[in-house]
Design a protein. Sequence first.
Lengths: 112, 112
Amino acid sequence: SAVISQKPSRDICQRGTSLTIQCQVDSQVTMMFWYRQQPGQSLTLIATANQGSEATYESGFVIDKFPISRPNLTFSTLTVSNMSPEDSSIYLCISSQGNEQFFGPGTRLTVL
Amino acid sequence: GEDVEQSLFLSVREGDSSVINCTYTDSSSTYLYWYKQEPGAGLQLLTYIFSNMDMKQDQRLTVLLNKKDKHLSLRIADTQTGDSAIYFCAESKTGTASKLTFGTGTRLQVTL
């Protein structure tokens, strides 16, 4: 199995600023995904982080708002840009290897 | 696109059985999962079932899959107060390095 850590665990930010969230896996994994869970909602996939190439975004999410990096098989970042209160959410990194998924602890973001 | 639906709320008495239902639309779903989310916590994988199975039992948990009707259920026997949480079903198209589509979540309330 893989263990995932995320930084920061939580943050409170002002509108208009940007926050970069880091996801570190303790072993090489094939796939890394970024999800969002808005208050009282289910998890929604933002994008698939591709190693060495641009991320694949889901409908409704764009690179300018959520730039993603994945420089290697164990690390990825998600930036939430030009934040507004609607971006207040838990951001979750999930990795996949074989038929197993591994969940990060999430980053709880509050935008004022 | 994929759609995974659940009823929003279920209330049961302690000691009774709980049945949480989930319907999905994508017939190519290969793995179907049940996750538990306690208040303020991350998602915990409870169990999963491969699409060529129709039942899986794990201690107090029984998963039933009706592939024809695209219906998945999670039965919790002898429900305890510690089972109070939100339960998410999820599906993936392949079990290997694939992204998850989550259901809307069912809040289970266990009363004394």
